[in-house]
Every structure is written in C-alpha cells, then in structure tokens.
Write a protein that binds this ligand. Structure first.
Ligand code: GLN
Length: 208
C-alpha cells in the first residue's frame, strides 16, 4: 500500500455501489489517502466531498436509481459536487446517449455511443498520450462507450483514435475506460485534486 499524502486534508468520496466495478475504486481511493464510502441509498450522498460512479451496466444502474427518488437526488448532487463517471458512470453523466438512447443525469455536455467498439474488439488495453503529467496513460476498455462529441467547454485529457476518452468539465470528469483496473493512479489523483480545490473554494465562500 502506498503512503497516504500527509499534507492534504482527508476527503470523503462516495462510490456508487449499486452494481459494477466499485470495489477497485474504493481500494485506489484508500491508497491515495481519501476515505471511500459505498453509496447504495440516496441518504448516503449526505456529507460527501465527491463521488465516483463506476463502470458496469448503465441500464441496470438506472433501474436501481429509479427507486426512492434516487435519480432526482443524484442529479442535484452531481450539479453541485465533484463527480467522476467511468464507463457506465460516464454514460450516466452525459447529456446525450445513443445506441440505444437512454435516460441520463444530463450534466456533462457530450454525446456518447454505448458499446461503440463492436464485438470483436470490445475489450482492449491501450496506451495514449495524456494531458496529465507523467507520460503515456494505460487505458483498460471493457465494452466501452465512445464520446462522439463534446460541448465547447469540455476539456479532453486523453483520447483514442481521435475520440476523447478522459474529459473534464468544471467539477465533473468522465472516462470511457477503467482507471481503477490499471496500476496507474494518476486519474484518481487528478480527480482528488479537483475535489480538494472545490472543497477549499466552498470553505472560503462559507466563511466570507
Ligand atoms: N456497456 C456498458 C453500458 O453501456 C458500459 C461498460 C462498462 O462500464 N465497462 O452501460
């Protein structure tokens, strides 16, 4: 286990744990000195500094979210609080979903096409240049969506064959790959920086 960075205050990060690859995210967060909390019910969104929505099956996640007003609460939450969606989680954040169209939280301006890489090459491990410091980034794709277009203020941090694979839009981030499955923790680190900046800005606002 890596030593937790000592200089930054601990942040509490929810990991949506309705279905899918949430355990590996929790492990990576813990390694980086953050406190992960599994989120299975709407009340568990309370008190979080940020949220990760993992990969899995977005249609199944939507079914769970449609109970107990979870969808609407989550929508308000992601409008205010740093949230990182990976793969199925990215699909949930997008404003537009294709193949087939489906409901989403609609907060990150991008069009995503589900299962866009066909059956033959539906899973792959690739390396790509990235805007993140530290050289090429390993990306694990599993029945991945493709980001077909992004709004003007969406930043692309990595891509695959000209399509963005890692994007940031203010306090929101999305990846079409699974950063929790490679040994490289830079993507989670980058998200935690966003969370800490957001938390500090909020504390400054609250004390003004
Ligand atoms: N194919 C899944 C979906 O459409 C996403 C795959 C993943 O999260 N690895 O929801």
């Amino acid at each position: 286990m890596t030593e937790a960075p000592t200089s930054s205050p601990t942040v509490v990060i929810g990991v949506l744990a309705l279905q899918g690859a949430y355990e590996a995210h929790a492990r990576t967060l813990r390694e980086l000195g953050a406190e992960p909390r599994l989120v299975r019910t709407p009340d568990q969104l309370e008190g979080l500094d940020g949220l990760i929505m993992p990969g899995g099956e977005s249609t199944t996640m939507l079914k769970f979210l449609e109970r107990n007003g979870f969808f609407d609460l989550l929508k308000s939450f992601v409008q205010e609080t740093p949230t990182f969606g990976t793969c199925a989680g990215a699909i949930l954040l997008a404003t537009d979903v294709e193949n087939p169209p489906q409901r989403s939280l609609g907060v990150l301006p991008m069009t995503v096409e589900r299962n866009a890489y066909g059956r033959q090459i539906d899973s792959a491990i690739l390396e790509s240049q990235t805007e993140l410091p530290g050289g090429p980034l390993e990306m694990v794709f599993i029945r991945a969506p493709r980001i077909r277009s992004t709004g003007p203020e969406v930043e692309t941090l990595a891509s695959r064959d000209g399509s963005p694979t890692l994007v940031r839009y203010g306090h929101l981030m999305a990846a079409t790959f699974h950063p929790e499955l490679s040994g490289d923790t830079r993507v989670h680190q980058f998200f935690l920086e966003t969370v800490r900046r957001h938390k500090q800005a909020q504390a400054t606002r609250d004390s003004a």
